[in-house]
Design a protein around this ligand. Structure first.
Ligand SMILES: CC(=O)N[C@H]1[C@@H](OP(=O)(O)OP(=O)(O)OC[C@H]2O[C@@H](n3ccc(=O)[nH]c3=O)[C@H](O)[C@@H]2O)O[C@H](CO)[C@@H](O)[C@@H]1O[C@H](C)C(=O)N[C@@H](C)C(=O)N[C@H](CCC(=O)O)C(=O)O
Ligand SMILES: Nc1ncnc2c1ncn2[C@@H]1O[C@H](COP(=O)(O)OP(=O)(O)OP(=O)(O)O)[C@@H](O)[C@H]1O
Ligand SMILES: N[C@H](CCC[C@H](N)C(=O)O)C(=O)O
Ligand SMILES: [Mg+2]
Length: 533
């Protein structure tokens, strides 16, 4: 999504802004590259004069270039973006930003080239400049944590809307600007896309936005140049150890959000042990005020959820805050973990200046989140749920929650993604068989890996649970067949959870995305069973 109105931004001004280490050159120039952004004299050669160049937009992806763009050719894990410089030029890029390694290929386009040592680290700042600091004046609430970011962001957006604001949403499932929806490629977009999106929000009068901030984004500088009015921390547990060295580094990356560079205020979950470590860390630094919350009530906190009443479709609870402030809240998502998510959203909204009754009303109105504890109901006599649990902590939270509502048995259909954290596979297998009565192990986005290897790693976890304490296990690699099997076996009062893909609409196998939607496959299986009588 890009703004309709763009300002003309002189490239020389950008070079000057980037300061020492930035070189702006035109490839046909016989002059040596100029430092500190000073524009070269007209080179008399065939290339365009960088002193004249103006840009109107920016992208890091050659496939997304629009005429007038600065193409940021970044070094990547797979390829250097400079490989696509010619493609970017053909699409209308007017200049290229790159690092010294990309210079020759960028120069081959004969466009002005701005070279900096580490362009990715400056990209957020550059993108914010290109679009004229578009997040200024936007009430922005960012949420990080291993689980709950999407859910909290939906609830926050609903609260902002209840407060009368035109809203924005940025996250895993989708991006929304004033009601218009766009598919999301990443949970947290690259900074070029992010500031473009903020510019669209500004154009459409968005007053408040809710956004997920992933650890990948913090590590890769995607949110550099973005300032959150409130940053919310949900929890931290095992995930993404393909990307982070260990849990400590994963935690430290998330903790970056709770520094003055990114956030004005912190709202942190005191029920989570990493949340408590974060509270201590942020309080000790004394730079960002911290407000704490506890839905479980076992830990001291500024805000609590009291008198929690769990139900099969959602929960009710009393919000109790500093000085005895109180309000009656509801959330239309089941399970104690969603009480925690709802409290996180309500406290985040209150800290952002939204009156408590509006925050509570918004959360209560939110109809749910696609693929998060989403019921698929075809009139069957058991409960069928699609949920995005694809990490051990989420599997535990979900299975513990549905146990409360099941009058019969609990079944989970689950797999693990390929090309992702391998260490979480046995932990997911173990959690599933420890807490369910029946588990059907299946494929979930094997990507470039052999699905058999992934399933074997999950089964390693199964073996950790004593045979008499574990669920009945079936392995059915074909995901549709696994869902049909589970539906076929279900008895009245049972709860069936199809875990891991949530809102996803494809199964990645090899380099291909095959259409696959758990909700549709489950719905079809349920209807088929009902038709058979
Ligand atoms: C590990 C990681 O996050 N990698 C991201 C990173 O890739 P990279 O820099 O290594 O890129 P690369 O593929 O080598 O390409 C280098 C450059 O060439 C450019 N390119 C590439 C091909 C082309 O035809 N044209 C082109 O311009 C690319 O845009 C890139 O700038 O920068 C790319 C551009 O922004 C991202 O697309 C890519 O995300 C990959 C696809 C990804 O899967 N990321 C996931 C793991 C991720 O970020 N997940 C988090 C958390 C999810 C959650 O738990 O909620 C998220 O925020 O989504
Ligand atoms: N507060 C929570 N504690 C534990 N598990 C949770 C919590 N909130 C959600 N979950 C589980 O995690 C799954 C993903 O939730 P959600 O999409 O809100 O989190 P996320 O942090 O955005 O995840 P992702 O990083 O995969 O996008 C849910 O489907 C549910 O199973
Ligand atoms: N944001 C997560 C989503 C995982 C979803 C699951 N279906 C899988 O493929 O592992 C990731 O990219 O690791
Ligand atoms: Mg998410």
């Amino acid at each position: 999504m890009r703004p309709l109105q763009n300002q003309l931004r002189p490239l020389t001004e950008l070079a000057r802004k980037l300061g020492s280490g930035a070189f702006l050159t035109c490839v046909d120039s016989t002059e040596p590259p100029l430092t500190e952004g000073a524009a070269p004299a007209a080179d008399g050669g065939a290339g365009p004069d960088p002193a004249e160049a103006t840009i109107t937009g920016i992208t890091h992806d050659s496939r997304a270039v629009r005429p007038g763009d600065l193409y940021a050719a970044l070094p990547g894990a797979r390829v250097h973006g400079a490989e696509f410089a010619a493609q970017a030029a053909d699409a209308g890029a007017v200049a290229i930003l790159t690092d010294p390694d990309g210079y020759d290929r960028a120069a081959g386009t004969r466009l002005p080239v701005l070279t900096v040592p580490d362009p990715r680290s400056r990209l957020g700042e550059i993108a914010a400049w290109v679009y004229g600091d578009p997040s200024d004046g936007l009430l922005l609430i960012g949420t990080t944590g291993t689980a709950g970011k999407t859910t909290v962001s939906y609830l926050v957006e609903a609260g902002l809307r209840a407060a009368g604001l035109t809203t924005g949403l940025i996250g895993t499932v989708e991006m929304r600007v004033a009601g218009e929806r766009v598919d999301a490629a990443l949970t947290t977009p690259e900074s070029t896309d992010l500031h473009g999106l903020f510019a669209v929000m500004r154009e459409r009068g968005v007053g408040g936005a809710a956004m997920e901030v992933s650890s990948h984004a913090l590590a890769m500088g995607r949110v550099a140049g973005t300032r959150y009015d409130v940053a919310v921390f949900t929890n931290l547990s095992q995930d993404h150890l393909d990307f982070h060295a260990d849990l400590r580094e994963y935690f430290d990356t998330k903790a970056m959000l709770f520094t003055p560079e990114y956030s004005r205020m912190a709202v942190v979950n005191a029920d989570d042990r990493f949340g408590r470590a974060l509270i201590d860390m942020v309080q000790a630094r004394g730079e960002v005020p911290v407000t704490t919350f506890s839905a479980e009530g076992d830990h001291e906190a500024d805000w609590r959820a009291d008198d929690v009443r769990l139900g099969p479709e959602g929960s009710a609870f009393r919000v109790v805050g500093p000085g005895g402030v109180e309000g009656e809240a509801t959330v239309r998502l089941p399970g104690p973990f969603n009480v925690s998510n709802a409290l996180a959203a309500i406290v985040g909204l209150i800290e952002a200046g939204i009156p408590m009754h509006e925050a509570i009303a918004g959360v209560a109105e939110c109809p749910g989140v696609p693929g998060r504890m989403e019921r698929v109901d075809e009139g069957q006599n058991f409960t069928a749920i699609v949920d995005y649990s694809h990490k051990p902590g989420a599997i535990e939270a979900v299975l513990t929650s549905v146990r409360e509502i099941a009058t019969g048995q609990v079944t989970m259909v689950v797999g693990c993604g390929g090309d992702r954290d391998r260490a979480k596979r046995p932990l997911m297998g173990e959690a599933a068989v420890r807490l369910a009565d029946t588990v059907v192990f299946t494929d979930d986005n094997p990507r470039t890996e052999d699905p058999v290897t992934i399933l074997a790693a999950m089964l390693d976890g199964v073996a950790k649970v004593p045979a008499d304490q574990r669920a009945r296990v079936t392995v059915e690699p074909d995901r549709a067949a696994a869902i049909e099997l589970a539906v076929d076996r279900a008895q009245p009062g049972d709860v069936l959870v199809v875990a891991g893909k949530g809102h996803e609409t494809g199964q990645y196998v090899g380099g291909e995305e095959l259409p696959f939607d758990d909700r549709r496959v489950l719905g079809d299986a349920l209807r088929w069973r009902l038709e058979q009588g």
